[in-house]
Design a protein around this ligand. Structure first.
Ligand code: MN
Ligand code: MN
Ligand code: MN
Length: 278
């Protein structure tokens, strides 16, 4: 059975609605699926899926700040009705909207047409983020592709980039735990850290109360998986796996395309059996 504990929908920057994602996951033989949109808990309209043997885990991908870097933490199995969690989500959305306003002002000066309205159209119900600005820039012909939008304008240190005032890792881990969830360090290999710095991040995450780290994130080189598995064991963290699915495209993992975990790892679903659908 395939387990995928990191996916996105139109509630943040994914291409599929929750119902479409669930359908695709079922078609691809996924048995356990966590929807983990950016800074929001996505509650699908209909429970759906259960009759096909799919167990749905309510989740979230928090943005946090660690040593002036943006680090992502997945909350798995959170209760979306929890008051503290809802306050946390509202705070994240405020931070996103503030940042979107500042970013739009910079992009307007750079010549982008109606950046805020355009990004908001792309974002739908959620607060616009950089991928939404990038899509708007592509559709208005300001850039050739999404990659160029980031490389030239939106990436850290580029002319339209703005720092976000994200909360600390400890804060979002506390919100996650209070809402009954487990905290997972997302895609540790994607932050461009040296091995030494990555070990410091892992230790800080564990000391802040973190439960697990993603040892497998989408289509990952086997060497990276082995390195993360070793770090995970050294930190005495459990291990998670997720596709980080946003949309179907070249180089992108499909739902369920994220496994298996190396046998030496203790899977996160041993801490919370519901994550395995048991
Ligand atoms: Mn994303
Ligand atoms: Mn992420
Ligand atoms: Mn993600």
């Amino acid at each position: 059975m395939k387990i995928d504990l990191h996916t996105h929908t139109t509630a943040s920057d994914g291409a599929l609605t929750p119902a479409e994602l669930i359908e695709k996951a079922i078609q691809r033989g996924v048995g356990v699926l966590a929807i983990t949109d950016h800074d929001v808990v996505t509650a699908p309209d209909e429970p759906g899926g259960r009759e096909h043997g799919l167990t749905l885990i309510p989740g979230i991908e928090w943005s946090t700040c660690w040593r002036r870097m943006e680090i992502h933490i997945i909350g798995l199995g959170v209760d979306p009705r929890d008051a503290g969690l809802r306050q946390g989500v509202a705070g994240q959305q405020r931070i996103r909207r503030r940042r979107a306003g500042r970013m739009a002002a910079k992009l307007e000066k750079l010549g982008v047409d109606e950046p805020l309205a355009g990004a908001e159209r792309q974002a739908g119900h959620s607060a616009p983020g950089r991928p939404h600005f990038a899509r708007h820039m592509l559709e208005t012909g300001f850039v050739r592709d999404i990659g160029q939008a980031f490389r030239k304008y939106l990436a850290a240190g580029k002319p339209a980039w703005c720092r976000s005032e994200w909360p600390s890792m400890r804060e979002v881990i506390d919100w996650t735990h209070a809402a009954g969830g487990l905290a997972v360090l997302a895609h540790p290999a994607d932050y461009g850290l040296t091995r030494t710095r990555l070990s410091v991040l892992g230790a800080d995450f564990r000391d802040a109360g973190g439960d697990a780290m993603e040892v497998v994130s989408g289509r990952q080189e086997p060497g990276v998986t082995a390195m993360l598995a070793a770090l995970c064991r050294k930190m005495d963290l459990a291990a998670s796996c997720g596709s980080d699915y946003h949309r179907t495209g070249p180089g992108c993992a499909e739902p369920g395309e994220c496994g298996p975990l190396p046998p030496a790892c203790r899977p996160v679903w041993e801490l919370q059996p519901a994550f395995r659908g048991t």
